[in-house]
Design a protein around this ligand. Structure first.
Ligand SMILES: *Cc1c(COP(=O)(O)O)cnc(C)c1O
Length: 384
């Protein structure tokens, strides 16, 4: 029986050749392909600058560092996301308050965010970490407006959403991570995500001091930039100006990223096709809800999440038949670690209800029509 995963990378001969070329070049790391990948990815999402990192978790960490997150501060995060979205604040010693999700979009609920902010003294929260969950683009102008009124920074975790966009009030397409609304936006190049580099990530930003901070923390807190040095002993001279990390990506990975980026739009188009077919074929099955759809945006469909009260049974039924549907995610506020930090069941009822019913069906550009037919027929058989 052929096993169908929920997501997988697509590697072409051209990708392999690009990596081989990097291996034959003078640089395995810290060479020209990293800057090229940063420039091309930033252009792709419409941002002025991109900072490539070893993975998105590292990117989230240095985004927090660059925005000055410190012990004693408190940040707000959605509970329906991968653990790294919230952990980055904990790495910096800050505490996390989870804000419930909108039951339609599964994104952070803007009204509930507003309610949390206005029921605490001003200055309680330093920032908000929001996620373009499943690839559904956040309403960034709205989030920015709320953040500005309460003096917050925004980290947008767009690991699910490279290429996604949403029209603003003037009908202009605003791409996730274009750095016009978020202070930092973080992308992942893990193999299940849209663009694969093995491990890898990117942070986009616009403010020069934030970009400088990202570059500094990515590389040990060390700079050689003459404009930033306190003094200058000569050509060799560098300074470690803060405690940073080694969160660099390699040229080998950047070569793969540059090659993959050429197919990013084709991959998004294929994901739309697959989602459209699931929508049509699964519509009207009693006890199954397909994802909420709305015009004026491009959903990047990293995940295709259905809801059913019979989720556990359906999960087992599909797995028994070689279809590896997955659950995204166990709510973060229910994790033993975050319960130890004071979180409780009942804190985010919509997230908990969502978790009891959610299931991600196979969704990746190289999913064949035949395999999708098998997924659809198996789901239909289960509900018959
Ligand atoms: C994958 C993912 C991450 C972490 O990405 P890595 O590159 O594996 O560190 C963070 N946030 C979200 C929402 C993700 O899906």
């Amino acid at each position: 029986m052929k096993v169908i995963p929920y997501g997988r990378q697509c590697i072409t001969d051209e990708d392999i050749e690009a990596v081989a070329e990097a291996l034959r070049s003078d640089y395995l790391t810290q060479g020209p392909r990293i800057a090229e990948f940063e420039r091309k990815f930033a252009d792709y999402v419409g941002a002025p600058e991109g900072v490539a990192v070893s993975n998105a978790t590292a990117g989230l960490h240095i985004a927090c560092k660059a925005l000055g997150v410190k012990p004693g501060q408190r940040v707000i995060c959605t509970p329906i996301t991968f653990a790294a979205s919230a952990n980055c604040a904990r790495y910096c010693g800050a505490d996390v308050t989870f804000c419930d999700i909108d039951p339609k979009t599964f994104l952070i609920d803007y009204d509930k965010l507003e309610a949390i902010l206005s029921s605490h003294p001003s200055g309680t929260f330093a920032g908000v970490i929001a996620v373009d969950f499943a690839g559904y683009p956040l309403d960034m102008p709205r989030l920015r407006e709320i953040a500005d009124r309460h003096g917050l920074w925004i980290i947008e975790d767009a690991c699910h959403a490279p290429g996604a966009w949403r029209e603003d009030a003037a009908g202009v397409k605003q791409h996730a991570g274009n750095a016009r609304f978020a202070d930092c936006t973080v992308f992942s190049f893990h193999p299940v995500k849209h663009i694969a580099t093995g491990e890898g990530g990117m942070v986009t930003a616009a403010r020069p001091e934030v970009i400088e901070g990202l570059r500094l923390y990515r590389s040990h807190g060390i700079t050689k930039d003459p404009a930033r040095l306190e003094k200058n002993d000569g050509g060799w001279y560098y300074e470690m100006q803060d405690l940073g990390f080694n969160y660099r990506i390699t040229d080998i990975q950047a070569a793969l990223g540059i090659s993959q980026l050429k197919r990013a739009d084709a991959g998004l188009a294929r994901r739309q096709e697959i989602a459209g077919r699931y929508d049509r074929e699964l519509a009207g099955i009693p006890g199954l809800v397909t994802p909420f759809r709305e015009s004026g945006l491009l959903h990047a469909f990293h995940l295709y999440v259905i809801r059913t009260p019979r989720r556990k049974e359906l999960y087992d039924f599909l797995h028994d038949r070689g279809i590896l549907a997955q659950v995204h995610y166990v709510p973060l506020h229910l994790m033993p670690y975050y319960r130890e930090q004071g979180c409780r069941p009942g804190d985010c009822p919509e997230a908990e209800a969502y978790y009891s019913e959610c299931l991600s069906l196979p969704m990746f550009p190289t999913l064949t029509d035949e395999d999708q037919t098998r997924v659809i027929e198996t789901v239909k058989e289960f509900f018959k």
